[in-house]
Design a binder for this molecule. Structure first.
Ligand code: UTP
Length: 289
């Protein structure tokens, strides 16, 4: 159908220094939130939002992610022989969920550069970008909420949330005009401004719908903060020729790329877990007394 988003890009080539030493020899995207690696939550969100093909932009030390979404032949045989059908299905479903493609970003030159690696895969279509650092717990998957906005307002769509003013220096911040329920037309955006210089407290989180013109813009975007090619700068350069919207999604976002956010996500998802929820709540009550 017209205006459907069928492709998504998940960049996973960053170093994950905020979670060191856990990420010294394993990808941060493989760290579990209760019983599933973080990257699986975002892959599931994409699939539940109608995405059919996913490109993972990987880098060194990220082989475990490729293995995770592949068949695990010996393990599956073992589970089959032992009659552990339920576990076998869980393991198989992971590899059969969706078509996943891989491209390698040889040097981690920033999120914008990682997304540029998706040019061939995207092949002229609009596409979603999901960062596995941001796990969003919501009734309707966040990317689905955004694709619904895209159908009415074709253009770049940024997922945003309001943050305390003191935290603006941690995010890309928009300056926008409110044009509807939870919706803003973006006039400008700034990467990680100090509170005094921030045009608002409306912060971009790790979900984007981008149009193919982003690639042309990325080609012209020079490295910005930290010497990295910032996607925020490339979107900013697009503002002259394309509509950019910011959508305040419904749901709770956890930043699992840093230690406290990672812990919070584990607690929240454990409490919601069918098998563990009640027992975990009881345990928390006990230790908090
Ligand atoms: P971050 O800013 O979280 O960087 O990247 P990072 O290296 O992953 O983590 P820290 O800050 O060192 O702890 C945001 C997203 O962009 C991807 C990351 O994998 C993450 O999903 N990324 C970043 C790339 O794919 N390539 C890059 O060059 C940079």
């Amino acid at each position: 159908m017209k205006n459907d988003i069928k492709k998504a890009v998940i960049p996973v080539a960053g170093f994950g220094t905020r979670l060191l030493p856990a990420t010294k020899a394993q990808p941060k995207e493989m760290l579990p939130i209760v019983d599933k690696p973080a990257v699986q939550y975002v892959v599931e969100e994409a699939v539940q939002s109608g995405v059919e093909n996913i490109l993972l932009v990987t880098g060194r030390n990220k082989r475990a992610i490729e293995d995770y979404f592949d068949y695990a032949v010996e393990l599956e045989r073992e589970l089959e022989e032992k009659g552990k059908t339920e576990l076998l299905n869980v393991v198989r479903n992971v590899s059969e969920m969706v078509s996943i493609y891989y491209v390698r970003q040889k040097i981690a030159k920033g999120l914008g550069d990682a997304i540029y690696h998706a040019k061939g895969f995207v092949n002229g279509e609009p596409f979603g970008v999901l960062l596995a650092d941001d796990i969003i717990d919501s009734e309707v998957p966040c990317l689905k909420q955004m694709t619904d906005v895209y159908k009415e307002h074709p253009g770049v769509i940024l997922a945003v949330m309001k943050v305390p003013m003191r935290d603006t220096k941690l995010y890309g911040i928009i300056e926008g005009k409110r044009i509807g329920d939870r919706l803003y037309e973006v006039k400008d955006l700034v990467e990680k401004p100090e509170p005094m210089k921030a045009p608002s407290n409306i912060a971009i989180v790790g979900r984007y719908i981008l149009t193919p013109s982003i690639f042309e813009s990325l080609e012209k975007t020079l490295p910005g903060k930290n010497g990295e090619v910032q996607i925020t700068d490339a979107i900013r350069n697009l503002l002259i020729k394309e509509k950019v919207y910011a959508y305040e999604f419904e749901g709770t976002r956890f930043d699992v790329g840093e230690k406290l956010g990672y812990l919070k996500a584990n607690v929240a998802f454990a409490l919601k877990n069918k098998e563990l929820g009640e027992k975990f709540k009881k345990y928390l009550k006990e230790i908090l007394q």
